[in-house]
Design a protein around this ligand. Structure first.
Ligand code: SF4
Length: 505
């Protein structure tokens, strides 16, 4: 009997209202609420951990210096300088990843989600030319990069991506100091392990439809098994469950609006990447390839008719377009990181452009499902190449995209979990060894490979009935252990792998 074909029908949309009451789930230490919008954040390239996170940390440090009622701060008038120290992986690959520029921008008050990518180069050039930096755009200090931005090879205790900022008085004495860690995907924690949010001047969380409540989600989950159990008990899809959890903090309309804004930003990034030509920044002067590929694919439609696999070329194109934009410092969405930002947009474009009956609701459900899977990695593993290698970046993105695609193609929660598991299982052990410390080789093509692998993982899962030998929780655990066993030279330090075997021109 022929095998059952993968469903081609459009899935049922996420159900906003629960059909059955939430199942109580034992609280675990990893139960802190993580939102889909923590995973999909609008930022700039080339790296969420090395660009977005340090920019947030630097800006938050500058905010702490402002005198305010009840706040132990020196106040602007006492601050004559700031010293920033970058440790571990931030020091090893920070220059290639733009960490130096991110720190300057953050101190000057720029935010990753709102800074105009076109304004970055002139802002940095002005600071370097004048050796003056206006903290938060308000308080000018002398800032000489060779004295005030220091690279330290050793690591701080909590994570390989450590930073230390110190405010300096008139005689160079330290007035206030703080350590931060950029732990992957744009997440920042302080020395106490507390999450540091990108507070705006108004003291609110991210711009737009900010959360209006801190209510606990109705369907908490800390593992894949708990997620499946919540789906089974409530009768909800994974997307429906995530929609209900998000609606505990924002209105359902705001959740949808923000998800569609994320999608529009991803689509804009693909479009820009498909038209930009020239070379990427950095010593390698890598040629941008997406525009050429787009032109070749568009101008030979008859070749596509003859080639049943031509769809793969388009998926490759979408992913490479995003990651070339990212490498160029353009506007991207962390998904869940910048280095892996191309996988999910590529698979979403595949869904929208190649799946008959694709809908806007499908895009919303895709992002919600991908978010649920990403939360499992955020809570139980890592999204940081500096901590677990590229399995934590492109591997996680592949897993998220595989599960999400399976969901919008009609998969059951068990098939979605299976697809996500396959997506990671075959990325286990993947190292992070960026050539020249740049997020270019192997990162750009790796996203194309991750997207294709995600599509295949979804198809494999949809050919089955959800039963499988390796659970998503087991593969996540394996990924953590594999990352711990990996030598640091393969964890975003550019001291091993391709980084030492490919000669930079
Ligand atoms: S190799 Fe992977 S983890 Fe490392 S910088 Fe590139 S995309 Fe990120």
């Amino acid at each position: 009997m022929p095998a059952r074909a993968p469903p081609r029908t459009v899935h049922a949309p996420s159900t906003p209202a629960p059909r059955r009451p939430p199942m109580p789930v034992a609280a675990s230490p990893s139960d802190a609420f993580v939102s889909v919008f923590d995973l999909f954040k609008i930022g700039i390239g080339p790296s969420s951990s090395h660009t977005v996170g340090p920019m947030i940390a630097a800006r938050q440090f500058a905010r702490r210096l402002q005198a305010a009622p009840g706040r132990a701060a020196p106040g602007w008038s006492a601050v004559h300088g700031v010293r920033a120290e970058l440790f571990g992986s931030l020091s090893a690959t920070g220059l290639g990843h733009g960490t130096d520029r991110a720190v300057l921008l953050g101190l000057a008050g720029y935010e990753p989600d709102t800074v105009d990518p076109e304004a970055i180069a002139p802002a940095i050039a002005a600071i370097r030319a004048t050796q003056q930096l206006a903290l938060l755009g308000q308080h000018p200090i002398r800032f000489v990069e060779k004295d005030h931005l220091l690279m330290r090879r050793k690591s701080l205790p909590l994570h390989p991506n450590g930073m230390r900022f110190a405010a300096l008085g008139a005689d160079g004495e330290e007035l206030l100091a703080a350590e931060f860690y950029s732990v992957g995907g744009g997440f920042v924690i302080d020395a106490a392990g507390t999450r540091v949010l990108n507070e705006t001047a108004e003291g609110t969380a991210p711009a737009g439809d900010a959360p209006v409540s801190t209510a606990a989600p109705p369907y908490p989950f800390g593992s894949g098994a708990e997620l499946l159990a919540q789906c089974a008990a409530s009768g909800l899809s994974i997307a429906g469950l995530m929609a209900a959890n998000e609606a505990a903090r924002r209105s359902p309309e705001a959740v949808r609006r923000q998800l569609l804004a994320i999608w529009q930003t991803m689509a804009g990034c693909v479009a820009r990447g498909c038209s930009a030509t020239g070379h990427l920044p950095g010593r390698m002067q890598l040629r941008r390839r997406a525009a050429e590929l787009k032109s070749s694919l568009s101008s030979h439609p008859e070749a596509a008719l003859r080639d049943p696999l031509s769809m793969l070329d388009w998926v490759n194109l979408y992913a490479m377009a995003v990651n070339e934009e990212n490498a160029a410092g353009g506007r991207v969405v962390t998904a869940p990181t910048n280095g892996a930002a191309g996988v999910i947009p590529a698979v979403l474009h595949y869904y929208r452009n190649f799946i008959p009956g694709a809908t806007e609701q499908g895009i919303v459900d895709f992002l919600l499902t991908a978010g649920a899977i990403g939360i499992l990695y955020k809570k139980n593993a890592s999204l940081s190449g500096a901590e677990v290698g590229c399995q934590g970046e492109v591997g996680v993105a592949c897993s998220m995209a595989a599960g999400a695609l399976a969901a919008v193609l009609g998969g059951t929660p068990a098939q979605v979990e299976n697809a996500a598991e396959i997506g990671m299982e075959h990325n286990l052990g993947m190292t992070c060894d960026p050539v020249g410390g740049l997020v270019q080789i192997p990162c750009i093509e790796r996203n194309a490979m991750g997207a294709i692998k995600a599509i295949n993982a979804a198809r494999l899962a949809l050919r089955g009935d959800g039963r499988h030998e390796v659970s998503l929780d087991q593969v996540i655990r394996t990924m953590v252990q594999t990352g711990a066993d990996m030598k640091s030279r393969y964890k975003e330090t550019s001291r091993g792998g391709l980084a030492v075997n490919v000669i930079e021109c």
